[in-house]
Write a protein that binds this ligand. Sequence first.
Ligand SMILES: [Zn+2]
Length: 427
Amino acid sequence: MCLEASPPPSPSVTRRGILAGAAALAGTVAVSGTAAAAAPSTAAARGDGSPAGGDLVIRGGTLLDPATGEVTENAVVVIERGTVRAAGREGAVTVPEGAEVLDAHGHWVLPGLVDAHIHLSTATEARDAVRQGATSARSGSTTFYQDIAVRELARHSPALAPRVTAAGVFVTPDLGDTVLADPDLTPLARLKDGVRSAEALRRVVEVNLARGADVIKTRVNERAGLPEQDPLAQVYSYEQLAEIVAAARRRGKGVLCHSYSERGCHDAVTAGIRSLEHGAFVGERTLVEMRRRGTYFTPTLSAIAGMVDSPNPILAERGRTYLPLLQRAVLAAHELGVPLAAGTDSSGGTVRPIGREVELMRAAGLSELDAIRTATTGAARLLGTERTVGRLARGYAGDAILVAGDPLSDVTLLKHPTRVVRAGVPV
Ligand SMILES: [Zn+2]
């Protein structure tokens, strides 16, 4: 069939309607200038169009800067309108009079964590992710652009959702229910062979970007989490992946790619993806290529570890086989200098704590500090937010977690943050 006969994606005409639909599905407020359900003190309520944020002083805790590894005891973090104005030792930082104070004595204070691979399809999932310490997230795609609606929710009501880098809908041969997400995608339902031609691949990428996706999510292999699928079976060739990457790059966007087999990983990396997701069978030649290109590795160890406990024997066996392979790949990648990002691959209503992924990075052989970096400074660089996310320093986002001890001797503390602050708002 000829897709050119269908009109091109229309960025402004249907976007509001599409987002309202996604918001309804996600159970969030519709995206409009008047629907913001924000606290009275926030910028959104002031109506100045800037992202919402609160004023807060976090006082008395031990501050860790993941960028340098520096530890500051009896620290003060001053957050104004959602952004860190100052951070340092008590006495060296001016505390505004009458400011709301969060007492952090007996706790360590870290920047909010980044979940670099999560599927946020509902407001409940978004809220659960924040409560467990993921104050930033990169979406691994949603069926109906719910992640784009969640991103807007986060701007209006930061305590309810992580700041989201949205992937929109999945670029995959069988769009499934996603053909109903968008009038510009429905013509693709007629394709006998699915989304495989260069034209069809470009169409899904372009519609996605027109609807506001920040990144593109695609795949090279089938899924590990479905017993009837073979995660080593390849669904897109090098040429098809290169077409997807080129279409995204024309709009300045990167591609994350679900991958398992070494051949698939190599095709995806050499096609120019920005980050390799899962990658249980990734081999050394591909890791060397990733190092050369600066391609990120998001292993989603917690998702693979989660399969071990599956009641389905095929999935449990996959979990047991893949987890040690993936842990070895993570350590090999780290030793080669491939950048790593923490992601839980949470979906379907169950949100795993991003601290669990940090725990598994540590178990794979990274130091505590390097494991923490995969969910802070490292992941922020992948999201392109390294100037505002991953540290608590002047000019950075007022996103923080408090943990009940020293995470440099026990990273498992990150699984249970005692407090979470999102853009200066206690969650
Ligand atoms: Zn995923």
